[in-house]
Design a protein around this ligand. Structure first.
Ligand SMILES: NC(=O)c1ccc[n+]([C@@H]2O[C@H](COP(=O)([O-])OP(=O)(O)OC[C@H]3O[C@@H](n4cnc5c(N)ncnc54)[C@H](OP(=O)(O)O)[C@@H]3O)[C@@H](O)[C@H]2O)c1
Length: 271
């Protein structure tokens, strides 16, 4: 399953690309196991891998996906690499490890002094075809408005933590209104709410696990979703979500789980 995502351009037609809606996240996946885990995921049908400079496993993702044009690769520019020259230089380093970058994200809005020049570098990387798409991660409404105030090219993606327990409705609506697709990271709440009885009960109705209910909820909300697992069975389980639909009555129960539960960091609220 794929989704069309688009960069809004100040001049000309929007630049559209196609992105698989389900990806494997590899944050915390040990370097020495990454190649095997990514290969396992690809064999189960995953067509999208989400890594980052800071995860330290880009080279291993690159080894597992070498020559596979059909696999969509996302990576992220780490905060220490912000700034015009450094962003371009470290993107080149990521490219040498990954062979190809489909989507390049600013990992966070941290860097109040050099956000503008960093985004200018991101635009340069897109215009010069180093990468096929550019976006942001952990950006709040005020950060995106700032980009729009000086950018030629808007971000096509905002990758943020999202789950029924953390729905960020205002930010998500802002993204929708501005044609920015949201990617839901930590969609399984980093494993913390996976045993929630309400998820298990809904899972029973569809003969699905609570992880599968969480992933499907995110997809039905229109997000790209990137669950992480290092376990063969769970990697398989997490992609077996295209054969059912959560009915409205159960979506409503899931929507009511909102509790502003952040499992990770939350730069969306930073200056
Ligand atoms: N942009 C950012 O700042 C940012 C921040 C956080 C995450 N991310 C991205 O989002 C990806 C996913 O987020 P995440 O790693 O924080 O957490 P997650 O996907 O919400 O949850 C992963 C945890 O759930 C477990 N798990 C996976 N599948 C399961 C299943 N079917 N049943 C029960 N448990 C299951 C995993 O254990 P096992 O491995 O043992 O299966 C792991 O402990 C990351 O890998 C990364 O790519 C991005």
């Amino acid at each position: 399953m794929e989704k069309k995502i688009s960069h809004t351009l100040k001049r000309g037609k929007d630049h559209k690309i196609v992105m698989p809606v389900l990806g494997l996240g590899v944050w915390g996946t040990p370097k020495d196991k990454t190649e095997k885990i990514v290969t396992t995921a690809i064999n189960y049908g995953y067509k999208h891998i989400d890594t980052a400079q800071i995860y330290g496993n880009e080279r291993e993702v690159g080894k597992a996906t070498k020559g596979m044009e059909e696999i969509f690769i996302t990576t992220k520019l780490w905060e220490n690499n912000f700034g015009y020259e450094k962003a371009i230089k470290t993107c080149e380093e990521s490219l040498s490890k990954l062979n190809r970058i489909d989507l390049f994200l600013m990992h966070s809005p941290h860097g109040i002094d050099n956000r503008k020049e960093t985004w200018e570098a991101m635009q340069y990387l897109l215009k010069n075809k180093y990468v096929n798409a550019i976006g942001v991660s952990n950006f709040g409404v005020h950060h995106i408005k700032e980009i729009f105030s000086w950018a030629d090219i808007g971000p096509c993606i905002n990758q943020i933590e999202l789950s029924p327990f953390l729905q960020r409705q205002e930010l998500v609506n802002f993204c929708i209104d501005n044609k920015i697709t949201t990617t839901a990271y930590s969609p399984l709440t980093h494993g913390i709410r996976i045993e929630d009885k309400r998820l298990i009960e809904i899972g029973k109705v569809y003969k699905k696990s609570s992880a599968q209910i969480l992933i499907k909820w995110s997809l039905q909300k229109g997000n790209i979703v990137i669950p992480k697992s290092t376990n063969k069975e769970r990697i398989k389980e997490n992609i077996e979500i295209f054969d059912f639909t959560i009915e409205q009555e159960h979506m409503k129960i899931l929507d009511a789980l909102e509790e502003g539960f952040v499992t990770c960091w939350d730069p969306t609220v930073d200056p």
